[in-house]
Design a protein around this ligand. Structure first.
Ligand SMILES: NC(=O)c1ccc[n+]([C@@H]2O[C@H](COP(=O)([O-])OP(=O)(O)OC[C@H]3O[C@@H](n4cnc5c(N)ncnc54)[C@H](O)[C@@H]3O)[C@@H](O)[C@H]2O)c1
Ligand SMILES: O=P(O)(O)OC[C@H](O)CO
Length: 321
C-alpha cells in the first residue's frame, strides 16, 4: 500500500523520498495539476527541493481522492495555514499524521483542530529535519507522537531506514508544541545574527528559549523531558543554527531592515509568533522571547527594542520564573 504524502513542498518531497528509502511506495500529492504533471515528468522538485531525484517508488498526483484511497494513514505536509482546508477534503477514517510546525487559525493546536473535525486517529511528526538534508539521505532522527500507539508504530515502520531513525512517543502535545515554538526562537536567533550579537548571545538565547519552551509545554500538559528531546532541544538547535533554516534567515533579514525573501516558501514562525503571543496572553502565560519576536515582526518594536526587552528584565535566579 502506497503512503500518501499530501503537500509537495520541500518537506513533503523529502518525506516521500524517505518512504521510498525505507523500502515502501509513496504517492506525493500536489495541489496544482500543472505542478504535479511537471514533477511527475522531471522527477525533481526544482522549486522546493532542487538536487533530489524522485525514486521510481514515488508516484505524483494532483488527485487527492486517488492519493488517499485505501490508505491507513496520510502524511499531511502543507503549511499550517492550509491544513484545515485540506483536512476538510479527507475521509474521517484516515489516520492523519500532522507534519506542519505551526498552529491553527485561532492559535490552538492542529491536533485539537484535527480531532474537532472528526478524525479519530491523529499523530504528529517532528524533529530536527531540514528537508535539504533528509532528502539527500544524510543521517537524521525524528519522532512520531500519538496517543494511538498502533498508528505511531505504523508511521515509524513506513519511514525508518538506515539514514532516518524514527522514534515513537505518546506525548503528542510536547512533540507538537516543540516544533511550533522553536521556529519563533529561531527567528530571534536570526535577528541576533543580523545584529551581529555574537556566539554568547546565541547560546543564551537558545538556552533561555529552551526554558521558555519547556515551561510552556508543561503548562499545556506535555512531559518536561519532551522539551529536551529531538522535537524540542534537537529541533531548536537545528533551526537556530542552520544555514538551511528559513526562520533563522528571516530573522536575520528583519534585523538588517530587509523584508524576508520567502520565495513562495513558508516561514511558519512569522505567523506563529503573533498567534502564540495572543493565545498565551489570553491564557495568562508569560513568553518573553515570543512576545519580543511578535512585536518586532509586527513592526511595533525595532529589533534593538526587542533585544532590550529581554536584557532589561528584572534580575532573577536562573531556575525560577
Ligand atoms: N522544509 C523543511 O525542512 C521542513 C522540515 C520539517 C517540517 N517542515 C514543516 O512542513 C510544513 C510544510 O513546509 P515545506 O517546507 O514543505 O513548505 P514549502 O514552502 O517548501 O512548500 C509549501 C507547499 O505547500 C503548498 N501549499 C501552500 N499553501 C497551501 C495550501 N493552503 N494548501 C495546500 N498546499 C499548500 C505549496 O504549493 C507548496 O507545495 C511547514 O509547516 C514546515 O514548518 C518543513
Ligand atoms: O527552515 P525552517 O526554519 O522552516 O526549519 C525547517 C525544519 O523545521 C527544521 O527541523
Amino acid at each position: 500500500m502506497s503512503v500518501p504524502v499530501l503537500g509537495a513542498g520541500g518537506w513533503g518531497t523529502a518525506l516521500a523520498v524517505a518512504v521510498a528509502r525505507a523500502g515502501g511506495q509513496a504517492t506525493l500529492w500536489a495541489r496544482r495539476p500543472d505542478f504535479a504533471a511537471r514533477l511527475a515528468e522531471v522527477r525533481e522538485n526544482r522549486e522546493y527541493l532542487p538536487g533530489v531525484t524522485l525514486p521510481d517508488a514515488v508516484a505524483v498526483t494532483s488527485d487527492l481522492g486517488a492519493a488517499v484511497r485505501g490508505a491507513e494513514f496520510a502524511l499531511v505536509v502543507v503549511p499550517s495555514v492550509g491544513v484545515p482546508e485540506l483536512l476538510a477534503e479527507l475521509p474521517r477514517d484516515l489516520g492523519v499524521v500532522l507534519c506542519a510546525k505551526g498552529l491553527g487559525p485561532d492559535g490552538g493546536r492542529l491536533t485539537d483542530l484535527t480531532r474537532g473535525l472528526g478524525f479519530g486517529r491523529v499523530a504528529v511528526l517532528s524533529g530536527p529535519n531540514h528537508a535539504e538534508e533528509v532528502g539527500r539521505g544524510l543521517p537524521a532522527a525524528t519522532v512520531v507522537a500519538s496517543t494511538d500507539a498502533a498508528l505511531a508504530r505504523a508511521v515509524q515502520a513506513a519511514l525508518v531506514s538506515p539514514t532516518l531513525r524514527v522514534y515513537t512517543s505518546r506525548d503528542e502535545v510536547g512533540v507538537e508544541l516543540g516544533g511550533v515554538l522553536k521556529n519563533v526562537i529561531a527567528l530571534a536567533a536570526g535577528m541576533g545574527d543580523g545584529l551581529r550579537l555574537g556566539d554568547n548571545a546565541k547560546a543564551a538565547l537558545i538556552t533561555r528559549g529552551l526554558r521558555e519552551m519547556s515551561r510552556y509545554l508543561v503548562s499545556q500538559g506535555a512531559h518536561e523531558d519532551t522539551a529536551y528531546g529531538l522535537s524540542g532541544l534537537g529541533d531548536l538547535v537545528a533551526t537556530a543554527t542552520s544555514r538551511h533554516s528559513r526562520n533563522r534567515a528571516a530573522g536575520e533579514a528583519i534585523a538588517r531592515g530587509e523584508t524576508p525573501a520567502q520565495g513562495g516558501k513558508v516561514v511558519e514562525g512569522l505567523r506563529t509568533a503573533g498567534l502564540l503571543e495572543a493565545w498565551a496572553t489570553a491564557h495568562g502565560h508569560d513568553l518573553p522571547i515570543v512576545r519580543a519576536v511578535a512585536r518586532v515582526t509586527s513592526g511595533e518594536w525595532s529589533p534593538a527594542e526587542g533585544i532590550a526587552s529581554l536584557m532589561e528584565r528584572d534580575a532573577k535566579p536562573e531556575l525560577e520564573g
